[in-house]
Design a protein around this ligand. Structure first.
Ligand code: ASC
Length: 126
């Protein structure tokens, strides 16, 4: 899948960058700083859901580096639990966006952000 460890690092960082960009587009909407456009939110959430599947296979053995802490590999079960939590939270965000319910989107957005943060706190260098 990756010829060199650096390719895996670049891949996962790239995916997470694009994912963060589309997740970040929801911020002004849930804060009421931008009007709620249900179709736009659905499109951004769909991208987040798709992109969220991709980074994890790029954290395979021998791909240490980037901003990842050794704990990714040393405590891989916990890292995987974090991925499962993220996917569960994103599933709720997808449901909220599909329902076109801003209050529900706001709640689910908060949970997804907390999942992002939990993993960064434990597994990403500061
Ligand atoms: C984002 C983003 C993250 C998370 C995190 C939540 O928008 O890019 O990494 O939210 O900051 O605390």
């Amino acid at each position: 899948q990756f010829a060199k460890p650096e390719d895996a690092v670049k891949y996962r960082q790239s995916v997470l960058t694009v994912m963060s960009n589309h997740f970040g587009r929801l911020a002004p909407v849930v804060r009421g700083q931008q009007p709620y456009d249900p179709a736009q939110v659905k499109a951004d959430v769909a991208l987040v859901a798709t992109l969220s599947k991709l980074p994890w296979s790029a954290f395979g053995p021998g791909t240490e580096g980037g901003g990842a802490r050794p704990a990714v590999w040393a405590d891989n079960a916990k890292f995987k639990q974090g991925q499962e939590r993220l996917h569960a939270d994103i599933a709720k965000l997808v449901a909220a966006a599909d329902a076109g319910d801003l209050a529900q989107v706001r709640t689910a957005y908060g949970a997804v952000g907390a999942s992002c943060k939990a993993c960064h706190d434990n597994f990403r260098n500061r």
